[in-house]
Design a protein around this ligand. Structure first.
Ligand code: SAH
Ligand code: SF4
Ligand code: F3S
Length: 444
């Protein structure tokens, strides 16, 4: 290693997983900067390397272990380097055991992020490793510092944890029970964001539809959305994730009624067979979902409905899988994330007997993607000629000459235009539709 790259007060965070983790990493960054650390581009330059991890699927964990192996080499070369390990994986006992053997200095969990500075100091003073993971959630901690990426769009947590216990899912074990932040705390945060120039906020929760349960104040997610949309300076409001079992009429009408609330609903179906849905403990039927999708399409003009889908759940028959394909064709999702079922130790589905072979899962995933990608492309092609309001985000990642922007329905449109447009809401005409993005032109 080139020693002059090393910065004794540099920190580097590696973030894996969902938007919750992206948001948590901003808080970890804020805590580190409060201690005098500064962000560095590459792990080689850092004296603290922090992993913020995800355990939702086996593949997510594997990625982390691979990277941890790489980073351990840096530590062997330079013993001053401190490795901290947090996030969802850190909550799991079998992961903690494995980390004991891997030379990690700090292990902390999703419930005690605020303890990070104290843990770092403890390691510095005592020169031994510190494993401190709370197995249960504490009170919601407000007013933690945070270092958000400067920009147009910000994530805002509205609730933590999940009570749904879908039988395949590890999240309720890594994130604890559901608890909502107070509306006043959320709205104050959003007002500050507006003052700092952010134009768009995305409200985050594992199941935003149950926001407000357990608070003294009588408030639900629709109320909170409306309050958010009323914040001056905020031009667009997004939210994720919605659960099909409790997507209320009031919420649908609120999305429809307020122009700042974007008409995009991420409402994961997961599977199309009632048998499978039941064993997944999703607590709705395909009929319910179809009705819900139809209602949203009727009441929210132009709404984009997106989904997560799992293939190869234990016991999924060919007929069950055909039910998923059938639902994909009936609902016509604007986009979907598709996954092979992955066994998560400690969840109920891990105990189910009829686990499917990898080959079956792989082939079903490929067949599902073929159908879903075709539908996404057809929908995007059908948009050619229409005019969409977009928020211009910056230069396109694939072609720096062009600009990338996002529609209200969360579609990406690439177009040519002057850099002055970055940060503005403008109209573009769609000229070409592909599976994952669209091309457009400026309208004079
Ligand atoms: N709270 C959100 C999503 C959480 S995890 C929700 O309820 O929709 C994101 C997605 O990962 C899930 O929607 C699901 O499709 C997928 N997922 C979760 N556990 C999984 C597992 N064990 N194997 C494969 N996919 C999984
Ligand atoms: Fe997991 Fe289900 Fe909770 Fe989503 S709702 S986080 S899939 S348990
Ligand atoms: Fe992963 Fe934890 Fe999010 S398991 S998907 S980082 S809540």
């Amino acid at each position: 290693m080139n020693q002059d790259q090393y910065n004794p007060s540099g920190y580097h965070i590696l973030t894996y997983g969902c938007q919750m983790n992206v948001r948590d990493s901003e808080i970890m960054a804020g805590l580190l900067e409060g201690m005098g650390y500064l962000p560095v581009e590459r792990p080689e330059e850092a004296s603290i390397i922090l992993f913020n991890t995800c355990s939702v699927r086996h593949s997510a964990e594997n990625k982390v272990y691979g990277k941890l192996g790489e980073i351990s080499v840096l530590k062997r070369k330079n013993p001053h380097v401190m490795i901290a390990f947090g996030g969802c994986m850190a909550q799991l006992p079998e992961v903690q055991k494995r980390l004991k053997r891997m030379g990690v200095d700090i292990v902390f969990g999703t419930h005690n992020i605020h303890e990070l500075p104290a843990l770092i100091e403890e390691v510095r003073d005592k020169r031994h490793s510190v494993f401190r993971v709370w197995d249960q959630e504490g009170m919601v901690v407000e007013n933690l510092p945070s270092s958000r990426k400067a920009g147009l769009s910000a994530f805002v947590n509205i609730m933590y944890g999940c009570n749904n216990f879908c039988s395949y899912c590890i999240v309720p074990y890594t994130r604890g029970r559901e608890r909502s932040r107070l509306p006043a705390d959320i709205i104050n945060e959003i007002k500050k964001l507006a003052d700092q120039g952010y134009q768009e906020v995305t409200l985050l929760g594992q199941n935003v539809n149950s926001y407000g349960l357990g608070l003294d104040e009588k408030v639900d997610f629709a109320d909170l959305l409306l309050k958010t949309a009323e914040v001056e300076g905020i031009k667009r409001v997004r939210f994720t994730t919605s659960h099909p079992k409790d997507m209320s009429d009031k919420l649908i009408d609120t999305i429809a009624a307020h122009s700042k609330i974007c008409e995009h609903v991420h409402v994961p179906l997961q599977a199309g067979s009632n048998q499978v849905l039941k064993r997944m403990n999703r607590r709705y039927t395909r009929e319910h979902y179809l009705e819900l999708a139809q209602k949203m399409r009727e009441r929210i003009p132009g709404v984009a409905i997106t989904s997560d889908l799992i293939v190869g759940f234990p016991g999924e028959t060919e007929a069950d899988f055909m039910d998923t394909l059938d639902m994909v064709q009936k609902v016509r999702f604007d986009a979907a994330f598709t996954f092979m079922y992955s066994v998560r130790r400690g969840t109920r589905a891990a105990e189910f007997e009829d686990q499917l072979p990898l080959e079956v899962k792989k082939s079903r995933l490929a067949r599902l993607n073929l159908v879903q990608y075709r539908i996404a492309r057809e929908i995007n092609e059908s948009l050619v000629g229409s005019i969409e309001e977009v928020l211009v985000e910056g230069p396109s990642k694939t072609n720096r000459e062009k600009l990338t922007s996002r529609t209200r329905t969360n579609r990406i449109i690439i177009f040519s235009g002057p850099e002055e447009l970055i940060g503005k809401l403008i109209n573009v005409r769609i000229t070409e539709g592909k599976t994952f993005s669209l091309f457009g032109e400026l309208i004079n």
